[in-house]
Design a protein around this ligand. Structure first.
Ligand code: ADP
Ligand code: MG
Length: 730
């Protein structure tokens, strides 16, 4: 019987004890990057000239010279074999959002009847996986199955278990990107070129600008026994039904609370593994919702940071199982409590410092600061619809707009100090130079507590794109997303804004205006122009939605329609201008996005119908029969008027059950019918729109009735673990 399963499962969950974790004897700084073929290992395992060339490739973007491939591969193989490695794989990020790998052994015939371990340069540099089953949006039809993976030397290879993992890009036979890494790397290059050129107005020696990313990964942990008794969690990553538990997050007692021991051991375990793989984990804490947590490493160069995030997500999922948990990366696993995001802290830096670092030293420094703030705003304003498209997905849509996350309307919070500074520049005379006050201290007047240095920014948790002192924090990114999607859009847009800025400044200089005045003049224009994107108020309020509409910001809420932004003329022009993606690639990617959207809702609808008809309705009917039986028996032993009085309550429940039940059955049938009709639509875009408009609403309307039944039906009979169990047993 179903109920037995539920109680057994809860019982099993309660019995779990923390799993011991072996903590290395050395310090973290000693075992950091133990399994990474980093510079130290390259120095040891590669010939000196090869090492030098590799450094040039990594540091200066020099072209990888194929003649050194064999030597590099050989060094890697020797290092890896000392760690007991027997296999290697190209590791890539196809458009499925996860990562992909196919392992091959080092072994080859030795031509003497035996085997020998071999790893040649050509295997390191390029592979041809049978790629026909990865999404390609029609770029490559299935009979042309060829796609190439090519080594990305700027992201170091690493070892997991017995396998040497080689980060690679994934491209089609005709050269189009089939992954996230190719356009990401192109966008890094675009922003480097554009920002370096602008930087040289201020610091003529700057040769390179690097994009940085510090991600903060939110996640839920659920006991594995409970998880496995929820087919919806198993199949879709979220609960499609379930009534609020009496207590959820209203007490605010989970955020930054003390971490349960079982969870702490899990965290320790993933952190050790991450550090060994060179991921600089630093912060861990409880999040707002029960059983919700966060992990954040120190920021890194963006390409590496994204590889590390992809790797981290797979480590988290794998290690969770060892501890008897499942790690939920879905953006909204539970209705009524906070969802999970992945804040993307973004900044640009040169080898001398961060370009968004608060001003102070010289007027030119201040001007540099204002330039990069304003041109970032311009990028975000010009492409606010695209940035929404870059973070939206069937799953993240559940989180955005709900009361705990930034809505899917992009705006930027600057805080008072920076806003005042921009206002000041806007009013400036072009011949003035820009001096601003630096940090101020806050005298707390508490004995023995040092004065606090106040950051020049206040905080606004409701803004999707907030300036936080020396970086922008893009908060709308989904917890399970590949951050490359958001970051490559942002980088490309910023590159475009900077190119455009420089063109205008140079034109003025050519007309004889001095450099500083020219910069101030253009900044004044752009400060005025970008005002609609600046918003420091409450981003969750309904007033803001109306105000954003008035300001002309993109307020679309339908995921399939938001995706249209990728094919907007201004978007295509921008991506082509900065040489990141072509119209053809954008169109192909959109096909994949729409198809993925449809499939996600389709799976949800299927499993939901199944749960309703095979789990909920039978149990509810059984309970109703018990009540009916009871009413009959009361009638047998009591006179009619007394029996009627005593059974009034049961009769009412019997009736309520019938009402909910008939709504559910009728609408599940309608849902199935609608799906059948919609599946016949040929166009991926139209199909996705139909799934959004016609199929998805059933999930919400039917759920309401299931959740009502959960409150009526005997707890003993209810077949699914409830929210109070999923969210509070750990
Ligand atoms: P909060 O929760 O207050 O937003 P966290 O400490 O959890 O802050 O995470 C902040 C993230 O931002 C970390 O990954 C940190 O390394 C990163 N970060 C700090 N400075 C920068 C910067 N200049 N550029 C990019 N990321 C940064
Ligand atoms: Mg944050």
């Amino acid at each position: 019987m179903a109920s037995r399963l539920r109680f057994k499962v809860v019982d099993d969950a309660f019995k779990k004890r923390p799993v011991e974790v072996t903590v290395p004897k050395e310090r973290p700084s000693d075992y950091f990057a133990k399994y990474v073929f980093d510079r130290k290992k390259m120095f040891k395992y590669l010939p000196a000239d090869v090492y030098k060339k590799m450094c040039d490739v990594i540091d200066n973007g020099a072209h990888f010279d194929l003649t050194i491939a064999d030597a590099v591969a050989d060094g890697m193989k020797r290092w890896a074999m000392e760690l007991g490695v027997t296999h290697y794989t190209h590791w890539f990020q196809p458009l499925t959002e996860g990562t992909a790998e196919k392992h091959d052994g080092f072994v080859e015939h030795d031509q003497k009847g035996g085997m020998v371990e071999q790893f040649e340069g050509k295997l390191l540099v390029q592979q041809e996986p049978d790629a026909s089953s990865f999404p390609n949006g029609g770029i490559r039809s299935t009979f042309e199955a060829r796609g190439y993976t090519a080594w990305d030397p700027t992201s170091p290879v690493f070892v997991i278990g017995d396998t040497l993992m080689i980060p690679t890009v994934f491209i089609s036979y005709t050269g189009e990107a089939l992954d996230y890494k190719v356009p990401l790397k192109k966008s890094l290059n675009a922003v480097d070129k554009a920002a370096t050129a602008v930087c040289q107005y201020f610091y003529p020696d700057v040769k390179k600008v690097v994009s940085n990313l510090g991600w903060e990964q939110e996640y839920f942990l659920v006991d594995e026994s409970l998880y496995s008794a929820r087919p919806d969690l198993v199949m879709t990553g979220r609960t499609l039904m379930g009534h609020d538990s009496a207590k959820n997050q209203q007490m605010d007692d989970h955020y930054f609370g003390s971490i349960p021991e079982r969870v702490e051991n899990f965290m320790r375990d993933i952190e050790i593994q991450a550090l060994e793989l060179g991921i600089p984990c630093k912060t861990r804490h409880n999040e707002v919702a029960p059983n919700q947590f966060e992990l954040a490493p120190i920021f890194e160069e963006m390409n590496l940071a994204i590889d590390h995030n992809m790797l981290m997500m797979s480590i988290m999922k794998r290690v969770a199982r060892k501890h008897g948990f499942r790690c939920l990366l879905h953006e909204k696993p539970f209705k009524g409590v906070n969802g999970s995001g992945k804040h993307n802290n973004w900044s640009l830096s040169t080898d001398t410092g961060i370009l968004l670092h608060a001003p102070g030293k010289t007027p030119l420094d201040n001007l540099r600061f204002v330039t990069f703030i304003v041109e970032t705003l311009k990028a975000v304003y010009d492409h606010n619809g695209l940035l929404t498209a870059a973070i939206i997905s069937a799953t993240n849509a559940h989180r955005l707009g709900a009361n705990e996350a930034p809505p899917a309307i992009i705006s930027s919070f600057l805080g008072r100090t920076v806003s005042d500074l921009l206002d000041h520049v806007e009013q400036m005379d072009e011949s003035e130079s820009l001096t601003v006050e630096g940090k101020s201290t806050l005298n707390l007047d508490i004995p023995s507590i040092p004065h606090l240095l106040i950051d020049n920014t206040d905080r606004n948790r409701t803004s999707p794109f907030a300036f936080t002192g020396n970086r922008f924090e893009f908060r709308a990114v989904g917890s399970q997303a590949n951050s490359a999607s958001a970051m490559l859009a942002l980088n490309s847009a910023v590159a475009e804004a900077l190119i455009n800025f420089k063109e205008r400044v140079d034109r003025l200089i050519a007309e004889g205006v001095n450099k500083e005045s020219a910069i101030i003049k253009i900044l004044k224009e752009d400060i005025k122009y970008t005002k609609p994107i600046r918003f420091d108020g409450n981003g969750y309020s309904d007033e803001w939605k109306a105000e954003a509409q008035r300001r002309g910001l993109d307020c679309e809420t339908s995921c399939p329609l938001i995706i249209d932004n990728y094919l907007d003329e201004a978007t295509v022009r921008m991506f082509e201008k900065v040489n990141v993606m072509t119209r053809n690639e954008l169109a192909a990617r959109n096909e994949i996005k729409w198809e993925t959207y449809t499939k996600k809702i389709q799976i949800e609808a299927r499993i939901f119908g199944d749960l309703c008809m095979n789990h909920i309705i039978p149990v509810v009917t059984k309970y109703q029969s018990v009540l009916i039986d009871n009413v009959h028996k009361l009638n047998e032993i009591f006179p009619a008027d007394k029996a009627a009085k005593i059974s009034a309550n049961n009769l009412s429940i019997i009736e309520q059950i019938s009402e909910h039940e008939s709504f559910i059955v009728e609408n599940v049938n309608k849902l199935i019918d609608t799906r059948r009709q919609v599946n016949r639509i040929e166009s991926e875009r139209e199909k996705a729109i139909a799934y959004h408009d016609r199929v998805a609403p059933f999930l919400e309307s039917i759920r309401y009735h299931v959740d009502k039944l959960e409150q009526i039906v005997d707890d003993e009979l209810w077949p699914l673990p409830k929210y109070r169990e999923l969210l509070f047993i750990i």
